[in-house]
Design a protein around this ligand. Structure first.
Ligand SMILES: [Zn+2]
Length: 422
């Protein structure tokens, strides 16, 4: 969560290029908590702002995010979009998970019986690798996952030691989300759950009864503040436990938005636009996911690209494979959304950082990423504590930036570092 940093040392007339990067990757992610806030519109968050929503805004300030992710192209109802989040598949088509029902599953019905072939999810990969998993849901229909991936219906574990067919170690379902989050934090800390999925129903419930009115003071807006408190309970758990702090990541998204008192029309912007936040070690602070992914994703503006569009938006269905990538695991078998796990959460440091002398002074050149800000700092004595800013907030243009250090001539030795930030 620190700015990425790259050091270069210039030593008299001899260049010593230190290309070993000092990054925020030092401590890998060991746990992921994946939160889906049912019916959460991203503009409800920005309308309330950081004073009302300190925890959502902490994730934005310290993590990478977008307010312009997309739900499934065809379906903007709850259960199909949660299957998408957990399987990394769209709903329809040969590669889709095929689950279109938004009511309680019929007895005996699973993702696999519905599709006609095994439908794997994030729980499969995590559990088959020996990780502990949990599902904490607040609508009864979320029994679909506990049933589809239980000891009878889950696929045999073919990875390493046999961890069994039941892919979800802890399953809790209650519509009381305060109690649900308390149960989650207890289980995460006592059982040391590695992958935890949490579903919070409240904004959807209020949206259906009082409308998706994002104006502060509305019932819907007020319930977003309640969700901020729920999120705070989870961040407090992480902050308060040395086993979790610095090794736990949080992914936060939504299944759909809403307008009026409904969210079933998949063609409406207020409905298909969802947030996607990632927070944790190695995730760049305050970063826009579309800037981080200039070559991998395309900001759709107000549009609704289908799965065949050449530039894909960030989607809520990225969650499964982002979680597995953070945990150091392979993607969900059969997944198509972020199947190559290429959604970048930080910016790789420039591979090159040149110093050359066009005269008596020194010029520093490095390749940049568009719209990322760069600071060049220098120091003449490595024992000194504070670095001097040579240049700050240089705006990356996707090409090479060159900056002249006009103060090098009197200095026998000079050390430089490059900071990347938003
Ligand atoms: Zn929903």
């Amino acid at each position: 969560m620190k700015p990425a940093q790259h050091d270069l040392i210039y030593w008299g007339s001899v260049f010593s290029l230190m290309t070993a990067a000092i990054t925020a990757y030092a401590q890998p992610v060991q746990r992921v908590i994946h939160i889906s806030v049912d019916g959460l519109r991203p503009d409800a968050i920005t309308a309330l702002g950081p004073t009302n929503l300190p925890h959502f805004y902490r994730m934005r300030a310290e993590g990478a995010f977008t307010d312009n992710a997309r739900s499934d192209y065809d379906y903007t109802v709850t259960l199909p979009n949660h299957v998408t989040q957990l399987t990394g598949r769209g709903v329809l088509g040969a590669t889709g998970h095929g689950w279109t029902n938004n009511t309680d599953p019929a007895a005996g019905q699973t993702l696999t019986t519905n599709k006609g072939s095994y439908v794997a999810g994030v729980f499969d990969v995590a559990h088959d690798h020996g990780l502990k998993t949990g599902e904490f849901a607040s609508k009864s229909k979320f029994s679909l996952f506990a049933t589809s991936w239980n000891a009878t219906n889950g696929q045999p574990d073919a990875i390493g030691p046999d961890n069994g067919r039941n892919k979800i170690d802890v399953y809790v379902n209650t519509s009381d989300t305060a109690a649900l989050v308390r149960t989650l934090t207890n289980n995460v800390s006592t059982l040391l759950l590695d992958y935890t999925f949490l579903h919070l129903t409240d904004p959807d419930t209020v949206g259906h009864s009082s409308g998706w009115n994002v104006t502060p003071g509305s019932p819907y807006s007020d319930v977003i503040k309640t969700m901020d408190a729920r999120l705070g309970m989870i961040l407090d758990l992480i902050d308060g436990d040395p086993r979790f702090i610095g090794s736990t990541a949080v992914i936060l998204t939504a299944d759909h938005g809403g307008t009026g008192t409904d969210h079933s029309n998949a063609t409406l912007r207020e409905i298909y636009t969802v947030p996607f936040y990632v927070w944790g070690p190695g995730v760049m602070a305050g970063a826009d996911l579309y800037v981080l992914n200039g070559t991998n994703r395309l900001n759709p503006g107000t549009n609704r690209p289908n799965y065949f569009a050449s530039g894909q938006p960030v989607r809520n269905g990225e969650a499964a494979n982002v979680a597995l990538k953070l945990l150091g695991l392979e993607p969900v078998p059969g997944s198509t959304i972020n199947a190559d796990q290429n959604l970048a959460l930080t910016i790789p440091l420039p591979e090159l950082f040149f110093a050359f002398s066009p005269g008596i002074n020194l010029a520093l050149s490095f390749p940049t990423v568009s719209n990322v800000l760069y600071d060049i700092q220098s120091i003449t004595n490595l024992n000194s504590i504070s670095w001097d800013n040579l240049a700050t907030n240089l705006v990356g243009n996707g090409g090479i930036l060159t900056n002249l250090d006009a103060s090098t001539a009197p200095n026998p030795a000079r050390f430089y570092r490059l900071l990347l930030h938003f």
